[in-house]
Design a protein around this ligand. Structure first.
Ligand code: DPP
Ligand code: ZN
Length: 887
């Protein structure tokens, strides 16, 4: 594959200032006419005008009305004799939307037209300088059959619409804001809209619309409410109002990503948009709220200020993830619900980004090179990028960060800029801050890949009443990065006495204590911090709220972790202590090869959490849930997925048995939440009830208890009678994960009940593919489901629900001693690559960490990867991932 390098960036030789597009929409052959006002970029040497275009059929090319000679070279169209003065370039071409299974560019789904242009889809619609630093004002005319496509949408404001001959009609749209081509969108189809008029704090009126297929209208209320809440929040927190008269959101069921922030016309995967209590879970409701917010927030962080080039992707994505995470926390309202949000975000980071950062695809938040940019919409760019933005806020404070954002928009509104520009704005708005004085070192977060490790050791001197904390950092080599420099790591901390009391924090050289919590800045390979006037030997609570995306080795004993679990004022670290206690035990069992045996101290601590009157249900559920198998694997040099699974399974069975009475009490206390509302308190109770039910079913099966039938029967009953999808799916999961005999009839009933709702059928596939493996039954079931009439590789959601669920989220079912999981992976990957390279590129990532696998998995994985590599016509997407895996 050919690599594109960040250091090779050159400004474009031409600017496109405005574009007038017209579409004659036809599924088989759509005619596109593009009229572009172009001028030379005088700052760049003369050269041909070189436009991108992929899978297009060019009909004519005119400059200022005269035909002009051009060449085509691969996916480029070159005009050697472009004028020096400004000119009008007119190109006419066709494309074939219904043949477009890659879902990039213009395509059809369910008989309607949709577009997806980020990152490089616009060039599959018409010829253009398809790069984010070329920003143009768009006017778009859509023409189509009126009966089939009554709704015609594009970015911005509607200028006019009307009838044409032959049953056709048209609509003309104008977007006043110059934008890069990746933000262009059009939609044409038989859709209906939920509408809402709103007036912002600034006193302007806007029309909000959510467009979906006819039957789905009642599932759009939550999305609309989320959109309004996002508007209110962005104005209140960052003073950023909506800038268009109209803001439209459209749902589509064939979509590569979650959603897309096209200017004024967001397009959403229906899975990230539609919700009703009967068909969506609490997790869906909360995901929809955060994705609606995310895309809305992009209007400022992404659209008004965009990226100069795709290496800067985290400029908009890291920042916008940070903003949607902050929004969700603010919506959660109570301190405890905020902590739950934070815990969930960190769990996600550890499950996806940490493995990425230590595998074949490890890359910095601002990558240095890529073959296919679609492969870099990653957990590193998004989630680690968000952690980097969070560290700015931690270093300059919340008000300082808001001042930095203000300066960022003052300087760069309407521009395409870089991560350096963002860093500079935050630093310049906070002169003398811990950030500004270390800016160059801080920016290593953008250039160095890998998860830094922080080692912390404290020594208490009873006589001197001092506590000396030594912090050391290191960052192992990543592909192409042998040696790394120290990073700037904010370490939020508190010190606790043995009874849990918070101790005042006074560093050597300070005249008085400064509160009970503070942020130390680690910016050297090793640093010592001496606390004075420390009355008793403290237990350190480090990295509170997960103040930096690092792996922390604090060497704390079980006794110290138990103090934190009981008393830490920081809810995140209380949860972290629960996870560490579990992790230590699971790792010890995996490392020693001995069967896991949970001790009384751990079990009693967990019982205390479960029975605690002052803790929220949501927190209890998170604390009682064992660490994920991917995160456990990250702690090991050699990974045996079956050994990890066996240890986790044993821990679960023992936790289920030892706490049985408490699980029963917990289930009884939380299993009735009344009329459905997705608020944090009732969703926390549902999550805890589902965990308890899962434990009780597992226990009934594992211990062959005399009254086993009681809990199996209750789970089935709850499944049948549930008043909402969260309860129903939770009970179904309990039966399926427990391999109960009632699982099959329940699955059949579920399918029959929801067969008309694709999003629910996705859940049906995913639940079975993610089920706890037992003797290869799950894998065998997945193979069978491939033949199910409802299965299709062409719909990304469906492919993800079955194939990705198994290969990515079910290590014990996937990593098999007989290599059948890897053969399955290679087969499905090759089939998918012929349909949709972007989605296939994601599936290829499953093998990122093959080198750490124990035998026989390692050799078998290598064989499967090599088999894929020998395929001559792989997409660029898959080729890049496979080559990196083999490098
Ligand atoms: N649509 C994707 C997102 O919002 C890419 N921009 O993150
Ligand atoms: Zn985004």
């Amino acid at each position: 594959v050919t690599l594109i390098r960040r250091e090779d960036y050159l400004a474009p030789a031409f600017w496109i200032r405005s574009v007038d597009l017209s579409f004659d929409l036809d599924p088989a052959k759509t005619l596109v006419t593009s009229k572009m006002r172009i001028e030379r970029n005088t700052a760049v040497a003369h050269g041909p005008l070189c436009l991108h275009g992929e899978e297009l059929n060019v009909l004519r090319v005119l400059i200022d009305g005269e035909s002009v000679s051009f060449r085509q070279d691969g996916d480029l169209l070159l005009i050697d004799k472009a004028p020096d003065a400004d000119f009008l370039l007119e190109i006419r071409n066709t494309c074939a939307p219904e043949k477009n299974t890659a879902l990039s560019g213009l395509y059809t789904s369910g008989g309607s037209f949709f577009t997806q242009c980020e990152a490089e889809g616009f060039r599959r619609i018409t010829f253009f300088l398809d790069r984010p630093d070329v920003m143009a004002v768009y006017t778009v005319t859509l023409r189509a059959d009126k009966a089939k496509y009554p709704v015609l949408l594009s970015n911005g404001n509607l200028l006019e619409s009307g009838e044409l001959d032959n049953g056709r009609h048209f609509a003309k749209w104008h977007d006043p804001f110059p934008k890069p081509s990746y933000l262009f969108a059009l939609v044409a189809g038989d859709l209906v809209a939920r509408e809402q008029k709103v007036r912002t704090r600034a006193g302007r009126d806007h029309l909000l619309q959510v467009f979906v297929r006819r039957g789905d209208l009642e599932k759009t209320e939550h999305a609309m409410n989320s959109l309004i809440a996002s508007m209110v929040w962005d104005e209140a927190r960052f003073n950023l109002p909506l800038d268009l008269e109209r803001f439209m959101v459209v749902g589509v069921s064939d979509f590569n990503m979650g959603a897309m922030e096209n200017k004024g016309l967001n397009i959403f995967n229906t899975s990230a948009l539609l919700a009703s209590p009967a068909t969506a879970t609490d997790a869906d409701f909360s995901r929809i709220e955060s994705i609606v917010a995310h895309e809305y927030f992009h209007n400022w962080t992404g659209n008004r200020v965009t990226c100069r080039d795709w290496f800067q992707l985290s400029l908009k994505e890291g920042l916008t993830v940070f903003r949607d995470q902050e929004f969700s926390m603010d919506m959660a309202a109570t301190p405890s619900a905020r902590a739950v949000c934070r815990i969930q975000d960190v769990r996600q980071l550890r499950a996806t980004q940490f493995p990425e950062d230590s595998g074949a695809m490890a890359h910095p938040v601002r990558p240095d090179s890529y073959a296919e940019i679609n492969n870099f919409y990653t957990a590193t760019v998004y989630e680690k990028g968000s952690e980097v933005v969070r560290m700015y806020q931690t270093l300059v404070g919340r008000a300082g960060f808001e001042a930095g954002m203000k300066l960022y928009f003052e300087r760069h509104d309407g521009q395409a800029v870089t991560c350096d520009d963002f860093a500079q704005a935050i630093a310049d708005a906070n002169p003398g801050s811990a950030l500004a004085t270390r800016l160059e070192a801080f920016k290593r977060w953008y250039s160095q890949a890998g998860t830094p490790r922080v080692r912390a050791r404290g020594v208490y001197d009873e006589l001197a009443r001092t506590y000396t904390l030594t912090l050391a950092q290191s960052n192992p080599a990543s592909p192409g990065q042998e040696h790394k420099l120290p990073q700037v790591i904010p370490v939020a901390l508190g010190l606790l006495g043995a009874e849990g009391q918070a101790l005042p924090l006074q560093l050597q050289g300070e005249t008085e204590a400064a509160g009970l919590e503070r942020v130390l800045v680690l910016d050297q390979a090793e640093q010592r911090f001496v606390f004075i006037n420390v009355a008793v030997a403290p237990v350190p609570s480090l990295l509170r709220g997960f103040s930096a995306p690092v792996l922390l080795d604090d060497g704390l004993s079980d006794a110290e972790l138990l103090v934190l679990l009981q008393h830490d004022a920081d809810a995140f670290n209380r949860w972290e202590a629960s996870q560490r206690l579990a992790l230590n035990r699971i790792l010890a069992a995996v490392r020693s090869g001995q069967a896991l045996q949970l001790d009384t101290a751990y079990l009693e601590a967990m019982r205390a959490v479960l029975k605690h009157a002052g803790l929220d249900a949501a927190f209890k559920e998170l604390a009682l849930t064992l660490p994920g198998e991917a995160y456990i694997a990250e702690q090991l040099e050699v990974v045996d997925p079956q050994a990890i699974h066996a240890a986790v399974e044993a821990a679960q069975i023992q936790l289920a048995a030892a706490l049985r009475e408490d699980w029963i009490a917990t289930f009884e206390a939380n299993s009735h939440t009344g009329a459905y509302s997705p608020d944090p308190v009732s969703s926390g109770r549902r999550a805890l009830a589902n965990l308890a039910l899962g434990m009780l079913v597992l226990d009934a099966k594992a211990q062959s208890r005399a009254d086993a039938g009681v809990w199996l029967g209750r789970a089935y009953q709850r499944f049948k009678d549930a008043g909402n999808m969260t309860d129903r799916l939770g009970a179904l999961a309990a039966l399926v994960n427990g391999h109960a005999e009632l699982a099959e009839p329940a699955l059949a009933k579920f399918h029959a009940q929801f067969k008309g709702d694709p999003l629910v059928i996705d859940k049906w596939f995913a639940l079975q593919a993610r089920a706890a493996e037992q003797g290869g039954r799950v894998f065998a079931k997945v193979r069978q489901l491939l033949q199910h009439p409802d299965f299709s590789l062409k719909n990304p959601n469906r492919a993800r629900s079955l194939i990705f669920s198994l290969c990515m989220f079910n290590p014990a079912a996937f990593h098999r001693a007989d290599a059948a999981g890897y053969v399955f992976w290679a087969d499905q990957l090759l089939a998918l690559d012929a349909i949709n390279p972007q989605v296939a590129g994601r599936l290829a990532r499953v093998m990122d960490r093959w080198t750490t696998l124990a035998e026989p998995y390692r050799s078998a994985a290598l064989e499967a990867i090599r088999r894929v590599a020998t395929k001559p016509d792989l997409s660029n997407d898959v080729r890049e991932i496979i080559e990196r895996a083999l490098a």
